[in-house]
Ligand binder design. Structure first.
Ligand code: SF4
Length: 635
C-alpha cells in the first residue's frame, strides 16, 4: 500500500463541460487545513465572491469527504457539503453520512467541486478516471428511491453511490436537502435547491482504488485503541440500540423537549416518540450505519398495519420526532414516520419542514390565518393528516406549500402581523429542535454559528453533564465540574469554542460528531494520532484544534465581508423575548442581555473585535490566515 501524500480536487463545470483535476501536495498547507471541510472552506473563501447570488452558476457546491473517509477508522465516513445558502445568504456547511464520500475517495478524489449550471437536467457519473456529465431528463421529477433505482439499473451496478435531490430540490424549496444513499440527508441550508438550480439531479460514484496510509502499523494501533475506548464509552451502546431518539424521554423529563412550536417543553405519552418504542413496537426493522461505523445509529423502519401500512424509510431521528411529532402536538408515531418518509423521498429538511408547519398551525391558533388560507386543510394542533399533506405540498410548491417552501423568514414577512414572533428561525434558518432557553451553551452556539440557530457546527451536549465522560470533558475545558450545568452563562464561551474547534477539525477528517461531542470517546489527542499516522504529517492536539479554529474564523470572515456583525448574532424571537414555560429553572430565556454577556465572553476568548464581533488583523496573523487580510474588507 502506498503512502498517503496529497489531496485531489476534481472540478466539474456544468456550463462548459470542462473537467479538471488538481493535486495539492504542500504539506504545510495540508497540516493547516487537514482536508475535507478545512481545505474546501479555504477554497471557497479564496475563489468565490462572497456576494455571489446563491442561484448563480458562480456559486459552487462542494462535496468534501474527510481525510480519513474510506478508511477503517470507526465513524469516519462523513462528508461535508458546502455552498452559499439561499436560505441564509451566507457560506454554509452541511454534512452527510452514508457511503457516498467513501466511494468518492475510492474513485481517487478527496474533494468534488461542481461549478456552473447545465442547460438541461444532468447527472455526473464518476468511475475512477471516467467523469461524465449525462442527461437526467428521464430522472427529473423522480423521488430519491426512483432516482437511485433507475441510475443503478441503467448502469447495471448496485454498488453505485448517489448524492441526489428530489422534487423539492428541483422546485428550489429553500430548505431542500441533498441525500446520500437515499436516507442520509444533508438537510440544512438548501443545498438541494442549489443543485436544483444547477439542473444537477445527482452525482453517481464508484471507485476501485485503495487509500494509502503512511504509517500503517501506527495507524492500526491507534484504531485498535480507539475501538477499545468506544467499547468502554457509556453512551455508545444506548445510541446503537435506540438511535438518536434514545434521549427523547429524558429530554422531555427535564422540560427541554420542544412541543407545540416551542410553546411547551413536555408532552404526554412521550414514550411513543422514542427509539425504545420503535424497538418494542416492532417498527424498527434494522439498524443502519454510515461507511465504517460499528455504532450504526441510523434506523430503518416500516409500518406494517393501520392507516399508514406500507410506509418505510430511514429514521425517524430525534429531530424528526420533535419537528414532525411533538412539535405538531402529536405522538402518533406511524404518522410521524409517514411524514418522515415524504421528507426522505421528496428531499426536504425535516427540521425546517416541521418548523414551517408548526408556524402555520400557530398562525391559526392566533387568528392570523384560517383553514381557508391553507387550501381548506384543518390547521388544528395534532392533526397529522394535515402535517402529512403540507409536507407533500411544500415539496411540490402547491397552494399554501408554496408559501412554506420560501422558509419561515420570508413566509412571516409575507403573512405579516405578529407572525414573526412564532417563526422559529433566525438569519433565515429554522432552529434545530433544541430548547436553547434551557441550554445556554447551545444558545450562544446557535447565536454565533455561521449556519444560524443549529446544532451541527457546535453540538454542546456535554453542558448537561449527562454522562461521566461529559462531566470530565467540561472539567477539562473549564477547570471545574460545576460548569456541567446548562442554566448558567458562566464558561459557556469556553465550552462553545472547544466544541466548534473539534467539530470543524472532525469534519475535515471525516469523523462523525457523535464520538467527539456526544459520546466523548474521540478527542483532539486521538485525532492527532490518527492524522499523524495516516498522513505521515505530524500534528499535535493543539494543531488539530487550531485547524478547526481556522475554519470557524474563515466562516466569520466570509460573513463579515457581507456586512454581518455581532448585531446579527441573534436567536428566534420566541427564544429571546418569551420565557420558556414549564422550565426547570428560573432564568429560562435567551434575552438580548443574556446573549450579550455570553457574546462578550466568546469574542474576547477569540480575540475578535468586541463591538463588531469580527476577527482582527492580529487574529488572522496568529492563525496564519494573513492571505485573507486583503479580502477582509471590515478590518
Ligand atoms: S454514529 Fe451514526 S451518524 Fe455517526 S458515523 Fe455512525 S452511523 Fe453515522
Amino acid at each position: 500500500m502506498s503512502n498517503w501524500d496529497s489531496i485531489v480536487l476534481l472540478t466539474v463545470n456544468l456550463s462548459n463541460g470542462v473537467v479538471n483535476k488538481t493535486t495539492l501536495t504542500d504539506k504545510s498547507f495540508l497540516k493547516k487545513y487537514l482536508g475535507g471541510r478545512g481545505v474546501a472552506t479555504h477554497y471557497f473563501l479564496s475563489k468565490v465572491d462572497p456576494f455571489v447570488d446563491p442561484y448563480s452558476p458562480d456559486n459552487p457546491i462542494i462535496f468534501a469527504p474527510g481525510t480519513l473517509t474510506g478508511t477503517f477508522v470507526p465513524c469516519s465516513g462523513r462528508t461535508s457539503i458546502m455552498f452559499k445558502s439561499p436560505a441564509t445568504n451566507r457560506f454554509f456547511k452541511t454534512n452527510v453520512g452514508g457511503a457516498f464520500g467513501a466511494q468518492l475517495k475510492f474513485a481517487g478524489y478527496d474533494i468534488l467541486i461542481v461549478e456552473g449550471k447545465a442547460e438541461e437536467p444532468v447527472y455526473i457519473y464518476i468511475e475512477n478516471e471516467r467523469v461524465e456529465i449525462r442527461s437526467a431528463k428521464h430522472l427529473w421529477g423522480k423521488d430519491m428511491r426512483e432516482t437511485n433505482q433507475i441510475v443503478r439499473e441503467e448502469n447495471d451496478d448496485d454498488e453505485l453511490q448517489l448524492a441526489c435531490i428530489g422534487p423539492a430540490g428541483e422546485n428550489k424549496v429553500i430548505y431542500a436537502s441533498v441525500h446520500a444513499s437515499i436516507y442520509n440527508a444533508a438537510g440544512r441550508g438548501g443545498g438541494g435547491a442549489v443543485m436544483g438550480d444547477k439542473n444537477l439531479k445527482a452525482i453517481a460514484v464508484k471507485g476501485t482504488k485503495s487509500i494509502g496510509v503512511s504509517r500503517p502499523k501506527e495507524f492500526a494501533a491507534t484504531v485498535k485503541r480507539l475501538r477499545e475506548k468506544m467499547e468502554e464509552a457509556s453512551g455508545v451502546q444506548p445510541l446503537s440500540d435506540y438511535g438518536t431518539s434514545v434521549g427523547v424521554e429524558s429530554t422531555n423529563s427535564i422540560g427541554a423537549f420542544p412541543v407545540k412550536n416551542f410553546q411547551q417543553s413536555t408532552i404526554y405519552n412521550v414514550h411513543l416518540l422514542t427509539g425504545q418504542y420503535l424497538v418494542e413496537s416492532g417498527l424498527l426493522k434494522r439498524k443502519v450505519s454510515c461507511y465504517s461505523c460499528p455504532v450504526a445509529c441510523h434506523r430503518f423502519v416500516t409500518v406494517d398495519d393501520g392507516k399508514y401500512r406500507g410506509t418505510y424509510c430511514g429514521g425517524p431521528e430525534y429531530e424528526t420526532l420533535s419537528a414532525l411529532g411533538g412539535g405538531c402536538l402529536s405522538t402518533d408515531i406511524n404518522a410521524v414516520i409517514k411524514a418522515n418518509e415524504l421528507c426522505n423521498i421528496l428531499g426536504l429538511d425535516v427540521i425546517s419542514t416541521g418548523n414551517c408547519i408548526q408556524w402555520l398551525l400557530e398562525c391559526k391558533q392566533r387568528g392570523v390565518m384560517t383553514d381557508a388560507d391553507a387550501d381548506g386543510l384543518d390547521l388544528s394542533w395534532g392533526n397529522m393528516d394535515t402535517v402529512i399533506e403540507l409536507t407533500r405540498k411544500i415539496a411540490h410548491r402547491e397552494g399554501v406549500g408554496d408559501l412554506l417552501a420560501k422558509g419561515l423568514k420570508v413566509a412571516a414577512e409575507e403573512v405579516g402581523q405578529d407572525s414573526y414572533k412564532w417563526a422559529i428561525q433566525a438569519r433565515g434558518l429554522e432552529q434545530s429542535r433544541v430548547e436553547t432557553r434551557s441550554a445556554f451553551a447551545y444558545a450562544l452556539a446557535f447565536a454565533v454559528s455561521s449556519r444560524g440557530p443549529d446544532h451541527l457546527n457546535t453540538e454542546c451536549l456535554a453542558e448537561f453533564g449527562g454522562a461521566p465522560e461529559a462531566i470530565q470533558l467540561i472539567e477539562r475545558i473549564t477547570g471545574s465540574k460545576e460548569y456541567a450545568y446548562p442554566y448558567t452563562t458562566d464558561k459557556r464561551a469556553e465550552i462553545v469554542r472547544w466544541h466548534e474547534d473539534i467539530y470543524a477539525a472532525g469534519d475535515s477528517m471525516g469523523i462523525c460528531a457523535f464520538p467527539t461531542t456526544a459520546q466523548h470517546w474521540v478527542d483532539e489527542f486521538d485525532m492527532a494520532d490518527l492524522y499523524s499516522s495516516f498522513s505521515g504529517i505530524d500534528v499535535t492536539a493543539e494543531e488539530i484544534m487550531m485547524s478547526g479554529r481556522r475554519v470557524i474564523t474563515l466562516e466569520r470572515v466570509f460573513s463579515g465581508i457581507l456586512g454581518y456583525t455581532r448585531a446579527d448574532d441573534v436567536l428566534p424571537y420566541r427564544m429571546m423575548y418569551e420565557k420558556q414555560l414549564d422550565a426547570m429553572h428560573d432564568n429560562a430565556i435567551n434575552s438580548p442581555e443574556v446573549l450579550d454577556i455570553m457574546k462578550d465572553q466568546y469574542f474576547k476568548l477569540h480575540g475578535w473585535d468586541l463591538e463588531a464581533g469580527l476577527p482582527t488583523k492580529e487574529v488572522l496573523e496568529e492563525l496564519e490566515l494573513d492571505e485573507f487580510e486583503s479580502k477582509a474588507t471590515f478590518l
